[in-house]
Write a protein that binds this ligand. Sequence first.
Ligand SMILES: [Zn+2]
Length: 129
Amino acid sequence: MPTWTLNTEFKFDAAHFIDGYDGKCGRMHGHTYKVHIAAKSHKLNPSKYLKSADMVCDFKELKWAAAEGTKGGLDHTVLNEELPVSTTAERIAEYIHKETQTRIPDGIELTVTVWETETSWVEYTDKDV
Ligand SMILES: [Zn+2]
């Protein structure tokens, strides 16, 4: 079966604290988060900017979270004010996955990886791995 996998990476700066955490992560601090998104599809689609079915999806739709908070993204935000869930790296990855899915065509399998530091990251997908 033909398969395309788009890959993109971006970073954003944000503050957060982990509510209920017994330790320093429970106090407000910041990270430069790095995000990798893989978008796998067996077919190509049209997009808002290209009428012919020649892309998995627009790269820019995958990178929405890199925009400033005032433009709908997560850059320079307080994550606790943006996410309806805890701001652990696990939940941030799940949130970005869910929000990205609403911006792209059906049938694309997303894998979202979030680095909280250079040496600590989490990968999220809603498919069995
Ligand atoms: Zn933190």
